[in-house]
Design a protein around this ligand. Sequence first.
Ligand SMILES: Nc1ncnc2c1ncn2[C@@H]1O[C@H](COP(=O)(O)OP(=O)(O)OP(=O)(O)O)[C@@H](O)[C@H]1O
Ligand SMILES: [Mg+2]
Length: 313
Amino acid sequence: MTEKKALLQVKHLKQYFKNGRHTTKAVDDVSFDIYEGETFGLVGESGSGKTTTGRSILQLYHPTSGEILFDGQDVAKLKSRSDQLAFRRQAQMIFQDPYASLNPRMTVEDIIAEGLDIHGLVKDKDERRKRVEELLETVGLNKNHASRFPHEFSGGQRQRIGIARALAVKPKFIVADEPISALDVSIQAQVVNLMIELQKKRGLTYLFIAHDLSMVKFISDRIGVMHFGKLLEVGPADEVYDHPLHDYTKSLISAVPIPDPEIERSRKRLTYDANKEEFDGKKRTMHEIRPGHFVRCADDEVAHYEAVAQSYE
Ligand SMILES: Nc1ncnc2c1ncn2[C@@H]1O[C@H](COP(=O)(O)OP(=O)(O)OP(=O)(O)O)[C@@H](O)[C@H]1O
Ligand SMILES: [Mg+2]
């Protein structure tokens, strides 16, 4: 197997928000890599810092500390306007709420073409229209939809418009922040399948943010688990799901419903008490317990996690 190349490297990212005397540590010393062409799923409950991580990566905040490397380059240190623009073009976002994220006063054509205009990627109106029509067809919409307005579309169709907008500038990397959680369950799979198909065709790399661990497992190559601003576990998707190391990951998995009522009835919900780790004063960092499978722990907890890993064999 050829060596995997990290397209994105997040190194000791901290993103704190100050509000008067109170500081929210939305992201607190988080490090992970995303390899070219893969989907990295980021899970965790509400307020764990997933969106903040995604937004920090896209330079929508000025990080408190830490580094974001894209293609080996520190994105905070891009000096020239053209390098900054190039990064903005290559790293796009798909939003959670397809109702709020499309300007209701703009036509679908103008929404999708916004990036084309900003980055000067089309030479005239005809080319612009043609590109928008191609993009609409790429995401499974009709090219005649270009002159309509967002309110004329269903949630699933709007999310397709959002995907077309992100794709317009031919990005390498897309942050998809809970892209299906606002949609009807019946159409969630269609949108996910479209994203998977586009990834294959275009070699895209995704950061896929979600609450639902079973969905993240389905779409992701690797998974990171966040809790209160900290990344607690990272590893291959199947590994993390089938052989979780951290108690918090175990508790998330125990909350995923199983379709068999008999098994479901006899299952134990696990709970995780964060205070145990929060206040014992131990320094915790990521330790690789199995190949590519990391857990955040103190040096004297490594043996415990090795035993947990052993217990799965
Ligand atoms: N711009 C901001 N200013 C102040 N605090 C913020 C800001 N953005 C996020 N926070 C706080 O940072 C923490 C992490 O928020 P974030 O939105 O990243 O979580 P999340 O994991 O995406 O949650 P959800 O699943 O609900 O979307 C929360 O406590 C939130 O209130
Ligand atoms: Mg969020």
